[in-house]
Design a protein around this ligand. Structure first.
Ligand SMILES: Cc1ncc(COP(=O)(O)O)c(C=O)c1O
Length: 535
């Protein structure tokens, strides 16, 4: 979304009715841009006192009673602040603003607007307004509609767009981050507790234990279950390496079970054949954002001595399975706040969910070096806390999360339709199964011509990724644990899978561009549909 930063003179024109009526209506509509969803509208904080001073002076000059003039200005400012977002002027920007060869007020506005990531225009009636040296566009109110309507295709698309998201949540981000700087409780501060409460409520789990990464969430969960040398943990080979890595780190053995060709998640019908007396847990992954078949897995686990089930929900936080939230579908659920994840922070972070009080207590202790009371280490633990700044960022992002879920699903639906219509050369993965929603951490498809297709898209500025090119049981560090050919579906999909740019702010125009590039005729790599139909 584009940003509009309003200069004082435009707002004053409206307040003081200094323009013909048609122009005033135009300005009023622009200032209302947030409500109408046409742009993000901003008012810089240094503009507020200037507005107050100039409007008050003018109302008095026109004969208003001073108390009434003050009251009117107050009301106008209050309305403005409801319509426009506050744009901060940071202390560190002021030296440069002072040094600028321009009007200080303009320089402050430019400095404040320059932190915005997306295309940004200063809306001003001042012909001499100085945007020199910045990337900002300078527009009169009458020029804004045209500028908003222009969609200049970006040369290089983002695989994940965190910049647009940052503009959208900037006021909340600044507020949350500055609160941490003020109270100074950088470790396990109030944001951590607040986040845990909000996420537990979101998932419906009794406990949320925030930790320093998704990997740490998995490790701590396994430690809380007492998994160790000689134990086996059933899992999928078609996942990010962290899933199996933590099992091996504890001296246990990952037992890889092949995946379903449609969801790319562990095939529950194959699990029982791999259970042994050593099996101590089952760890499915809800890949690409779609929960694994958790009911089927839980039933098997219950039938075999109530084995604990850990859902690796690193990619699926926000998705649902039969109406319940991913992360709260089994004994323990683990997610990741890696920046590119559907709910990410600006660093590393993760969380564990459980409704088992004892496991929750164990996880809380393990994440702080096994400490049950200050300097009492009742068990072996790790340094696995999530810091308050990262929690503050996730809290800010939570405010947009529901919107992002809807957007991700809309983007995925559009890909699904466009690919069917315009790029039948590539094979779509089926839409999420009945009773499940996906958060579409990835939108992945299959092609036998992956390398040339990726190269062609790259040449057109379209990034792609492969999640994942090699199943874990064929990775050098893991291949001794299970024969590489023992999971044929995972092996085949690893050769063909490819992910397209996916984020909640991906525009329809960019999706058309991506699918057009995919659909160009020279790529005829059709994966066999028969293997991909729903069972
Ligand atoms: C399926 C899966 N499990 C675990 C992780 C590890 O999460 P983190 O990077 O936060 O440690 C990831 C992250 O990419 C993942 O996708």
């Amino acid at each position: 979304m584009k940003n509009l930063v309003f200069d004082v003179n435009v707002v004053l024109d409206l307040w003081l009715e200094r323009q013909p009526e048609a122009r005033l209506l135009q300005i009023a509509a622009l200032i209302d841009c947030q409500r109408t969803g046409t742009a993000l509208g901003w008012i810089a904080s240094p503009s507020l006192h200037v507005l107050e001073y100039l409007a008050y002076r003018q109302f008095k000059h026109e004969g208003a009673d001073p108390a009434e003039a003050k009251q009117t200005v107050k009301q106008l400012l209050a309305k403005l602040q409801q319509q426009l977002r506050p744009l901060s002027a940071f202390g560190f920007q002021q030296d440069n603003a002072l040094l600028a060869q321009t009007d200080l007020e303009d320089a402050q506005l430019v400095a404040a607007a320059s932190v915005l990531q997306g295309p940004t225009a200063i809306v001003t009636n001042d012909k001499r307004f100085a945007t020199a040296g910045s990337n900002l566009v300078q527009l009169k109110p009458a020029e804004v509609a045209d500028w908003l309507g222009q969609s200049k295709p970006s040369e290089n698309l983002n695989f994940v767009d965190l910049q647009t998201q940052q503009d959208a949540i900037r006021p909340q981000l600044e507020q949350h981050l500055h609160r941490v700087l003020e109270h100074g409780q950088y470790i396990l501060g109030p944001e951590v507790g607040e986040l845990e409460q909000r996420l537990a409520a979101y998932t419906g789990a009794r406990h949320c234990i925030s930790v320093s990464s998704g990997t740490e969430a998995l490790l701590i969960s396994l430690m809380a279950l007492g998994i160790g040398p000689g134990d086996e943990v059933i899992t999928t080979p078609f996942t990010f390496v962290a899933t199996a890595e933590v099992i091996v780190l504890l001296g246990a053995k990952p037992v890889f079970v092949d995946i379903e060709p449609d969801t790319c998640n562990i095939d529950a019908t194959l699990i029982e054949a791999k259970l042994s007396d050593q099996t101590k847990a089952i760890m499915p992954v809800s890949l690409y954002g779609q929960p694994a078949d958790m009911d089927a897995i839980n039933v098997i686990a219950a039938r075999h001595g109530h084995l604990p089930v850990i859902e690796d929900a690193a990619q699926s936080f926000g998705a649902t399975y039969k109406g319940s939230q991913s992360g709260n579908l089994s004994t323990l659920g683990c997610t990741s706040f890696f920046p590119s994840k559907p709910l990410g922070c600006y660093g590393d972070g993760g969380a564990i969910f459980t409704s088992d009080d004892q496991l929750a207590q164990a996880c809380r202790e393990i994440r702080v070096h096994g400490q049950s009371a200050r300097y009492v280490h009742s068990r072996i633990g790790v340094g696995g806390r999530m810091d308050s700044l990262q929690a503050a960022i996730v809290l800010a992002k939570l405010e947009r999360f529901e919107h992002e879920i809807v957007q991700r699903q809309a983007v995925a639906r559009r890909y699904h339709q466009l690919i069917a219509d315009q790029a039948p050369q590539v094979q779509r993965l089926p839409w999420p199964k009945q009773g499940r929603t996906s958060i579409f951490a990835q939108y992945s498809l299959l092609t036998r011509q992956r390398d040339p297709l990726q190269a062609k898209l790259k040449a057109q500025g379209i990034p792609t990724a492969v999640h994942y090119p090699v199943p874990l049981n064929a990775q050098p560090a893991y291949q001794h644990l299970c024969c590489p050919g023992c999971t044929p579906v995972a092996s085949r999909i690893a050769e063909q899978v490819m992910s397209l740019p996916m984020h909640p702010d991906l525009s329809e125009a960019d999706q058309h561009r991506i699918v057009n590039a995919l659909g160009e005729k020279q790529h005829r790599g059709v994966a066999s549909p028969s293997t991909l139909e729903r069972p």
